[in-house]
Structures are given as structure tokens and as C-alpha cells.
Ligand binder design. Structure first.
Ligand SMILES: [Zn+2]
Length: 348
């Protein structure tokens, strides 16, 4: 296998073993050149998730991390004036994080924060990031069938990811808010995860690619995307050829996730994108590889990502990282503080 950067991974929990080694097997077994961890403090232990992934980055320099921000408008942690979104963004970038990840557009989080994606404090953040040329990865929406109990897959129902009780924003509303971000910030270096859940309406992406030169999507499953790729194989073959400079490889592998499933998923996605062989895909049917030319495979597997965030991950500034931990330690639980203290003693 040629060079690969996995642009979309997570560390969600404290493990029993040392988190510094949690992706070693993946890196060596699949010969992964670099990885990018998306911290999602919004749904995973607040600023603790930024801190945890920051330590991983210090212990593994060949790692990119996109950190998350907290909104002070949501009174969850007594955040104060000097903790607005733009301030947090600046702090995170100065520490040495490589970009920002937002989960605010996932229907569950969108409902919980009760704020539109075009909220003034977020608008200020996009504006600043657009000016700096900083990379933003956003998860917005979910597959449209999650708004319809008759079509929603059982696993989504089990995860509580169905949005039919009237308390969640409709798919179209979140979609429109996202388009507005691009209208207002046309040069924002924005990557939307999971193909923007547009595999049934790829013409939406085509229009956005034509209009916004810095707009990309990642190819992290959602298995439903790969089923659509299979159904409309000829169309998608030319789509991938035409837009290989807008598509970014990722797997959503997480620590501590199911390794067997993650390995299977990696094989499906890399076979489809990187070869012309057949592989049994998410619907248990054969999915034929796209047979792309090597330069196009390279775009998807690493070059597009490197163009957006640099050929080397940024170096962590330990002094600034320490100051960040101190500033936000009020938002940590006792257990998190204890675990972080142990990592500080070891790495800072
Ligand atoms: Zn993810």
C-alpha cells in the first residue's frame, strides 16, 4: 500500500493501558504515514478531550490533532469572557494543534447546544479561521434516513441517533445553515466529514466544489455512502476522477473502538479508493474498486490533507499547553485531573 494519512480518528476514553501507544498497532499493521485525531470535547468530557489528544500528539510527533472549542453561551462550565470561541481557537493553535473540529452540526449536539451554526460567536470563529487559512473539519447532519423511523437502520436507533420526535432540527435546516457558512466565508478551509451525507445527491457537492475552491469533504463512512457509490458506480467513477482534489480519506477509528470492525472497514475503503479489485462492502454486496490513477489516489490518501494542514504536524508548545490545562482545569472532573496530572509529570 502507498502512503496514507488517516484524517479522521478519535480518542474517546481513558484506557487502562497508556494512551500514548493506543494506535501503534494500526500504524504499523497498515503502514500509516500519519494520523489526524479529531478531538470532540462537545460530547466527550469537555476540554479534557483536547488535553488527552494533546498528550497523544506530544508522545507521537507524527500526529495531527484538530481540537474542539466550547461555547461560553452554553452555561455548562462557567466559562467566562476570556474564553470565547475565538480566544480558545487562538490558544489551541498557539499550543500547536493543527486545526479545529466541530461537532455542533450533528443533530444531537445541535439540539443540545440550542444554537444555529450561524450564531454570532461561531461566525466570528469562521471569520478568523478564514483569515488565517486554518483548517476546519465539521460534522454536519447525519444520513437523511435517521429522520425517518421506517428507513433508519437498527444500529442508528440503538445509538439514539433517530430524530423523529420533533425536538431535533430537520435535515434541511442544518444543511442550509452549513451552506450559509460557505456563503458568508467563501474562502474558509472547510472539510465536511462523511461526504456531507450527500451520496444520494452528489450534484450538491459538485456545485459547491465549483463555487468554493477551499471546500472539501472526507470519505469517512457512513457505510450508506459506499452503498450509493456501488449503486451508481459509473457516475461515481467519473466523480472521483474529476474531484480527487476535494476528497479526503478517513476511517473514524477510535480508541477504544472495535479493532476487528475498524480493520474490516479500513480494508473496504482502501480497496475501493486505492485499487480496481472487488470487496464485500457495507451492504454485504461486492463493491468494485475505482481503479483511479496513482496521482488521484495520492490526492485522496494524503496530498489534499497535507495541502490543508502542512506536510508535518505542528510541534506542541509545552509551556502554552500547560497554561491551557491550568486555565481550563475548573472544567475537569476529579478523575480527569488525576489522569492528566500523571501525564503532565511524564510529558511536560
Ligand atoms: Zn468521527
Amino acid at each position: 500500500m502507498k502512503k496514507i494519512i488517516d484524517s479522521h480518528m478519535h480518542i474517546s476514553k481513558w484506557g487502562e493501558d497508556n494512551i500514548a501507544f493506543c494506535f501503534d498497532t494500526y500504524r504499523s499493521e497498515q503502514n500509516i504515514h500519519a494520523i489526524n485525531i479529531c478531538a470532540i470535547p462537545l460530547c466527550q468530557s469537555n476540554v479534557c478531550n483536547n488535553i488527552l489528544t494533546g498528550f497523544y500528539k506530544i508522545a507521537n510527533p507524527n500526529t495531527y490533532v484538530h481540537a474542539g472549542i466550547e461555547l461560553i453561551e452554553i452555561p455548562i462550565d462557567n466559562m467566562t469572557e476570556n474564553m470565547d470561541a475565538v480566544t480558545q481557537y487562538k490558544e489551541l493553535m498557539e499550543i500547536g494543534f493543527d486545526g479545529i473540529k466541530m461537532l455542533e452540526g450533528k443533530p444531537t449536539e445541535h439540539k443540545r447546544i440550542g444554537k444555529n451554526l450561524n450564531h454570532p460567536s461561531l461566525n466570528k470563529l469562521y471569520k478568523e479561521m478564514e483569515k488565517d487559512g486554518a483548517h476546519l473539519i465539521m460534522h454536519v447532519n447525519d444520513p437523511d434516513e435517521f429522520w425517518d423511523l421506517k428507513r433508519a437502520p437498527q444500529w442508528a436507533i440503538d445509538c439514539g441517533w433517530t430524530y423523529t420526535d420533533g425536538t431535533y432540527a430537520p435535515y434541511e435546516q442544518i444543511h442550509k445553515q452549513t451552506l450559509k457558512i460557505l456563503e458568508d466565508h467563501p474562502n474558509l478551509l472547510l472539510t465536511i466529514a462523511h461526504f456531507f451525507f450527500c451520496s444520494k445527491e452528489p450534484e450538491i457537492l459538485e456545485k459547491l466544489f465549483e463555487k468554493y475552491p477551499n471546500f472539501c469533504v472526507d470519505l469517512t463512512p457512513g457505510g450508506e455512502m459506499y452503498v450509493e457509490f456501488e449503486k451508481n458506480y459509473d457516475y461515481y467513477k467519473s466523480f472521483f476522477n474529476k474531484y480527487s482534489d476535494r476528497l479526503i480519506f478517513g476511517t473514524d477509528r477510535s480508541y477504544m473502538g472495535d479493532k476487528k470492525y475498524a480493520d474490516w472497514l479500513f480494508n473496504v475503503v482502501t480497496t475501493f479508493l486505492g485499487t480496481d479489485k472487488e470487496v464485500v462492502s457495507f451492504d454485504n454486496k461486492a463493491l468494485k474498486g475505482l481503479g483511479l490513477a496513482q496521482d488521484k489516489i495520492d490526492n485522496i490518501f494524503f496530498a489534499n490533507f497535507e495541502k490543508r494542514v502542512g506536510k508535518m504536524p505542528k510541534k506542541m508548545n509545552k509551556t502554552k499547553f500547560k497554561a491551557y490545562i491550568e486555565k481550563y482545569s475548573f472544567a475537569l472532573t476529579e478523575n480527569d485531573r488525576k489522569n492528566i496530572k500523571a501525564l503532565m509529570d511524564k510529558y511536560l
